[in-house]
Design a protein around this ligand. Sequence first.
Ligand code: SAM
Ligand code: DTB
Ligand code: SF4
Length: 328
Amino acid sequence: MNKDIRNNWTIEEIQEIYHLPVFELMQRAADIHRQYQPFGEVQVCTLLSVKTGGCSEDCAYCPQAARYNTGVEAHRMMNYEEVIGKALDAKIAGSTRFCMGAAWRDVRNNSDFDKVIEMVKGVNALGMEVCCTLGMLTEEQALRLKEAGLYAYNHNLDTSDEYYNDIITTRTYNERLKTLDNVEKAGLSVCCGGIIGLGETDADRIKLLHTLATRETHPESVPVNALVAVKGTPLEGRERVNIWEMIRMIATARILMPKAMVRLSAGRNEMSYEQQALCFLAGANSIFAGEKLLTTPNPDVDADKEMFALLGLKPRESFKAEKAESVA
Ligand code: SAM
Ligand code: DTB
Ligand code: SF4
């Protein structure tokens, strides 16, 4: 049993790591990173909102919730050709993973889901890792996605169990956990992380990391989002998280889950190259590329290319985890 890959972390141990002096924390994270991840390699993923806005949920951070006036209009599901075109553009621009998002509470067995299944098949045929984030789903729905060629499913826990109800009241933490189990049972790769800057305490962040790092199998990828405070949402006035908080979160995630891809997700648009470099040094090894996340701005592809060149970063090839397993 590898001493670094553990799922018996205690809250106290995580607390201790999270509160280490920054240089010590980063050094520890960088050591683990160097040992478990190819050095200087960063996964480049592209997001596309295939069904935007009009969502029934009350997630306090989300510009797509129908109940807030954020200026995000509700759209019908995008058509197949358009989506495949966007995936191809993303591939040409250097992305190896394509993630399709829908502003749904949960997946329904209807014609929109049939369309997503076709999109998954189409993107998979381009040789990209396909990911979806569609809200809660059953094991049968997860299996249907898997059979269509889905590689990963994103479903965030967002924050601690205790703070969850202050942010979302229209579903429970346990329902989220159940979906993660369904995703795992279907043999899909789990992408699960959270958001900082919602007004949570350090203890909430530590609890979230504890929940992720004590799962029987760690998520294959862990997105760390900084809140994008969107006008019209209940969190519109929140202050931007400071970079050191992002670094603490990333470094702790890296130490707790050495083999996971830790994704520097929302919030990158406001970060300098230097700040992002610190995040990579702290163990982040994945980003979302392209000028839009789902509805909010993200650095453009040329700026990221410049940053990769300046820092000497290399994009990670697709299906690397599977290729490594088949050799072992
Ligand atoms: N509707 C599905 C769901 O909630 O699972 C999938 C799409 S949802 C927009 C995906 C994730 O985006 C959320 O779980 C949340 O972590 C993140 N997110 C949404 N709005 C955000 C914001 N303003 N800032 C940072 N992250 C955000
Ligand atoms: C994740 O953790 N972050 C992404 C992706 N998974 C789906 C979404 C960020 C959304 C930011 C707000 C927006 O653009 O609407
Ligand atoms: Fe809907 Fe997902 Fe936004 Fe919540 S985070 S309002 S479920 S789209």
